[in-house]
Design a protein. Structure first.
Length: 337
C-alpha cells in the first residue's frame, strides 16, 4: 500500500459509486488517478473502504437517495469538470450462477442482512452520469448481463447511458489476461462524453497469464482454521479429485490446476467452508485470506474488516484492482491525456 500511495498523480480526478471494499478505486490509484468521493451501502464493506482510503470522502447512503448536486458540492466541482465516474452496481440479478430473471424486480437479501432491489441500480448510475457529466465513465457488471434474457436489460442500460450524452462501448474482459491470476469475466462499459473527439477504449489482453503457483511464490502466513475442509462432505469429495477437475457430485467444487490461473472466486463460496467452491489444489481446505488477496490482486497489506467469511466475501465481490488499473491506464493514455 505504501508503493501505491507513492504513485505520482496523473492530474485526473475520479468518483466511485458502488465502491465495495475498494477494488476499482485501488486500480485507479495504481494508475495515478485521485479518487475524491466514494459510495458504499453495505456497512462492513464501507469500513474496509475507509480503512484503505483515508483521504477520500465516503458516503454510506443508498445511492437512490443521493442527488448528483450533493456529490458535486462535496467535492467542489461543477457539472462537466470531473474526469472519470466509476460504478459497479450489484450484479446478483444478472449472475449466470444466480436466480437471474426470477429475481428481477424483487427486493431481496444482498449482503450482510441488507435487503435491496439490485436490478434497477444501473439506471441510478445513469442518472448520476447525466447529472455529473464526467468526461469519461466506466461501469462494470458480470458477463451474465449479455446472456439469455438479460440481453434485454443490457440494451436498456446501454441506451440509458447513451441518452445521458455519451458514446458508449461495452466489452467482455477477462481478468486472467489483464495481470490477475484468476479467471474473471466482466462486462465493462466505457463512455466518452459527446463533444470530446475520442472513442471509448478497452485495454488489449496481455501476452501472458499468471498461475496460482506464481501468485503464491513469496511466503505467506499460515492459513486460518476456518479454511479446513476436514469433516465436511465436500472435503471427502476433494480427496478423490484430480488436479484441474470439477466434481460431478457437488456443483462448483473445483480442485484447480496450479499451473494455470485460478477459476472464478465467488462471493458466497470462497468464505463458506462447507459450500462447494474453488479449493486449494494441494491441501484439503479453502484458500486462506492471504491467498485470496494474491488471487484477487490485492496488496498483501490491504486491510479488510470483519470475520473470515466477511473478508472473503468482500474479495469475491470486488473488481480485481490490477484489472482495473489496466482499464484506467488505457482510458488515461488514449482519452484523457
Amino acid at each position: 500500500m505504501s508503493d501505491i500511495a507513492a504513485v505520482k498523480h496523473n492530474g485526473c480526478t475520479a468518483i466511485s459509486t458502488f465502491s465495495g471494499c475498494g477494488g476499482s478505486t485501488l486500480g485507479y490509484r495504481m494508475a495515478g488517478f485521485k479518487v475524491l468521493w466514494a459510495n458504499e451501502f453495505i456497512d462492513i464493506a464501507k469500513q474496509s473502504y475507509r480503512a484503505n482510503n483515508p483521504n477520500t470522502i465516503v458516503s454510506g447512503k443508498d445511492i437512490r437517495e443521493i442527488p448528483h448536486e450533493q456529490i458535486l458540492d462535496e467535492v467542489g466541482l461543477e457539472s462537466g469538470e470531473l474526469d472519470l465516474l466509476d460504478g459497479s452496481p450489484p450484479c446478483s440479478s444478472f449472475s449466470a450462477a444466480g436466480s437471474r430473471e426470477r429475481g428481477w424486480g424483487k427486493v431481496k437479501l444482498y449482503s450482510e442482512n441488507a435487503t435491496q432491489r439490485t436490478d434497477d441500480l444501473f439506471f441510478e448510475f445513469s442518472r448520476l452520469v447525466k447529472g455529473i457529466q464526467p468526461k469519461v465513465f466506466v461501469a462494470e457488471n458480470v458477463s451474465g448481463l449479455v446472456m439469455g434474457k438479460a440481453k434485454g436489460y443490457f440494451k436498456l442500460i446501454h441506451r440509458s447511458l447513451s441518452d445521458a450524452g455519451y458514446n458508449v462501448r461495452a466489452s467482455v474482459l477477462d481478468a486472467q489476461w489483464l495481470g490477475v491470476p484468476q479467471v474473471r469475466r466482466r462486462v465493462i462499459f466505457v463512455g466518452v462524453r459527446n463533444g470530446i473527439d475520442k472513442q471509448p477504449v478497452h485495454p488489449r489482453p496481455l501476452g501472458y497469464r499468471y498461475s496460482i503457483t506464481e501468485a503464491f511464490e513469496e511466503s505467506m502466513p499460515e492459513p486460518e482454521p476456518e479454511t479446513t475442509l476436514e469433516g465436511y462432505a465436500v472435503g471427502r469429495e476433494w480427496g478423490m479429485m484430480k488436479l484441474g477437475t470439477s466434481s460431478d457430485k457437488y456443483f462448483s467444487l473445483i480442485k484447480p490446476d496450479p499451473s494455470k490461473p485460478c477459476p472464478t472466486i465467488t462471493a458466497v463460496t470462497c468464505g463458506t467452508v462447507a459450500a462447494a467452491g474453488v479449493c486449494h489444489p494441494y491441501e484439503k481446505r479453502k484458500f486462506s485470506l492471504a491467498e485470496l488477496k494474491r488471487l484477487c490482486s490485492f496488496p498483501d497489506d490491504y486491510t479488510f474488516i470483519g470475520d473470515f467469511e466477511q473478508k472473503a466475501e468482500r474479495m469475491g465481490r470486488a473488481v480485481p484492482p490490477v484489472m482495473m488499473k489496466h482499464i484506467a491506464d488505457s482510458i488515461y493514455n488514449k482519452i484523457l491525456r
